[in-house]
Design a protein around this ligand. Structure first.
Ligand SMILES: Cc1cc2nc3c(=O)[nH]c(=O)nc-3n(C[C@H](O)[C@H](O)[C@H](O)COP(=O)(O)O)c2cc1C
Length: 201
């Protein structure tokens, strides 16, 4: 059994605050005994969905730009972490395109009623969402969280945990908040441990 977690970075900035939190979550997942396939969504040139609706009839996207490699990672994964900054009350464009390109999961599940993820696997698959925003407001996570809950439903990875940190414009560097980094590690560990335990049953 693979015990693999897909870890998707939504920030354009490698080494930034979102990345630092994702790295801690990944460390937790690995310490729990899982492997990680990391995807830097802003650095893989994912084309936007073109709404040709090829995936209504075929179990794949019609756009041939190499996205199937990431699509297959998502199919295989036992868990998913998405780490993203808030951008204009949503998620960054590249991450949103990545999510939209997962429409073949939606069509397989809801239109053709032939989901890619078998029920036994779906029982295991969970999603952790890490999100940070610059503003000191509570509502900045409403849009990103709704998008992520829809994504989790589409790919059959239950939205099971989240780590939301606002006020990053004041905080500046997330390393000033060791408790938040620790929470990312712990949530990553819990996700990984859940997979290891489920695979042992
Ligand atoms: C184009 C853009 C739009 C943004 N929109 C929002 C927003 O609507 N609400 C918010 O709280 N922060 C917003 N931010 C701030 C980022 O969420 C914040 O700087 C975050 O810490 C970036 O994390 P990163 O450096 O890891 O990418 C925006 C930043 C950019 C660049």
């Amino acid at each position: 059994m693979t015990k693999m977690v897909a870890a998707i970075l939504g920030s354009n900035i490698l080494g930034g605050n979102t990345d630092k939190l994702l790295k801690e979550a990944i460390r937790g997942v690995e310490d729990a005994g899982c492997t990680v396939e990391r995807i830097n969504a802003a650095h893989i040139n994912v084309h936007a969905c073109m709404q040709t609706f090829g995936c209504m009839f075929e179990p794949r996207c019609a756009i041939e730009d190499g996205f199937d490699k990431y699509f297959n990672i998502l199919k295989k994964a036992d868990g998913v972490i998405v780490a993203s900054p808030v951008m204009t009350y949503g998620v960054p464009g590249a991450l949103k395109s990545f999510i939209d390109r997962c429409q073949p999961f939606y069509m397989a599940k809801y239109y053709r009623k032939q989901p890619f993820i078998k029920p036994d696997h779906a029982k295991i698959r969970k999603m952790l969402f890490i999100c940070i925003g610059g503003m000191d407001k509570d509502d900045i996570f409403v849009g990103p969280t709704l998008t992520m809950k829809a994504f989790s439903d589409i790919i059959d990875a239950k939205y099971s945990d989240e780590l939301l940190q606002n006020d990053m414009d004041t905080i500046g560097n997330i390393e000033k908040k060791p408790e938040v980094l620790a929470a990312a590690y712990e949530k990553g560990f819990a996700l990984g441990k859940g997979i290891v335990d489920a695979r042992q049953e």
